[in-house]
Write a protein that binds this ligand. Structure first.
Ligand code: PAF
Length: 291
């Protein structure tokens, strides 16, 4: 695996593959690679001739009160993980390579970036994500880019701007990876104490409660959300939000039908955690498919 730090070096390294008509898969990350990221790299490895992993803790997507300085950083460990999963290139640029002096462009995605995470973290969060991912798409020009379903709203924002801006990339979302007890993997789980780790199960239990409510015939979004909130209260966790939304637009649903995304965020100790599940309700057959 080759380590490159500049856009010029990345393009030079990719040129032979591009000329040979080979496919390029990109896995954008902010490092602190865990099994969730590794599953994305494995998927990219299975599906592409060349795999690029980017490693960049993007200051533009952190709010003033967020954990930029404390965000876990371990470039050597990340390089080892990317290599072990078969990445060909690790692109780890310094901040000034991505945001050189005079940088003044922002990609803003209206609509889907505004509720939930956009409302909680401020508009600058998804502006920062959309801007850096647009840049990464232009830097690496991948055929396919891989993102985790855990950040469902982020994936929807990226799908939206890639379509709107005619960026020739397939945005592939991959399943959430969980611990055996259901906790979704996240770099921020590293902040949890033993007691907080136990209480962090509130999110996956709430999703299970929402599934159970739908399986029992519930179709009213407010009632399903209330069941999820109750499950969280049992572990003494107060959600920032429990929302049932359309998985593409993130508009709220009142009565659920078709695909619905149940999205949850909560602070547990110093960690801000998010999780989600998609439930498909086929109104004709009254069958709910849960995933
Ligand atoms: O999901 C992440 O790790 C980041 O938001 C991303 C997509 C790498 C952009 O900085």
């Amino acid at each position: 695996m080759q380590l490159v730090r500049t856009v010029a070096a990345l393009r030079e390294a990719l040129l032979p593959a591009r000329r040979a008509g080979q496919t390029i898969g990109l896995v954008p990350t902010m490092g602190a690679l865990h099994e969730g990221h590794r599953s994305l790299i494995r998927r990219a490895r299975e599906e592409n001739d060349v795999v690029v992993v980017s490693l960049f803790v993007n200051p533009a997507q952190f709010g003033p009160d967020e954990d930029l300085a404390a965000y876990p950083r371990d470039e050597q460990g990340d390089a080892d993980a990317a290599r072990a999963e078969g990445a060909d290139l690790l692109f780890a640029p310094p901040v000034q390579e991505v945001y050189p002096p005079g940088f003044s462009t922002t990609v803003h995605v209206a609509g889907v970036s505004e509720p939930l995470e956009g409302a909680q973290r401020g508009a600058s969060h998804f502006d920062g994500v959309a801007t850096v991912v647009t840049k990464l798409f232009n830097m690496a020009q991948p055929d396919v880019a891989y993102f985790g379903q855990k950040d469902a709203q982020q994936a929807a924002v990226i799908r939206r701007f890639a379509r709107d801006l005619d960026i020739p990339v397939r945005v592939q979302t991959c399943p959430i990876v969980r611990e055996d007890d259901g906790l979704a993997l996240s770099s921020r789980n590293a902040y949890l104490t033993a007691d907080e780790r136990r209480r962090a199960l509130a999110l996956s239990r709430a999703l299970q409660a929402a599934r159970d409510a739908v399986a029992a015939g519930g179709r009213d979004a407010a009632a399903i959300a209330a069941a999820a909130r109750e499950a969280m209260a049992e572990l003494d966790v107060e959600p920032e939000y429990v929302a049932l939304v359309d998985p593409e637009t993130f508009l709220p649903m009142d009565t659920i039908e078709g695909d619905v995304l149940v999205a949850i965020a909560a602070r547990v100790g110093r960690a801000r955690l998010i999780d989600n599940a998609t439930i498909t309700v086929n109104i004709d057959s009254e069958v709910a498919t849960l995933r």
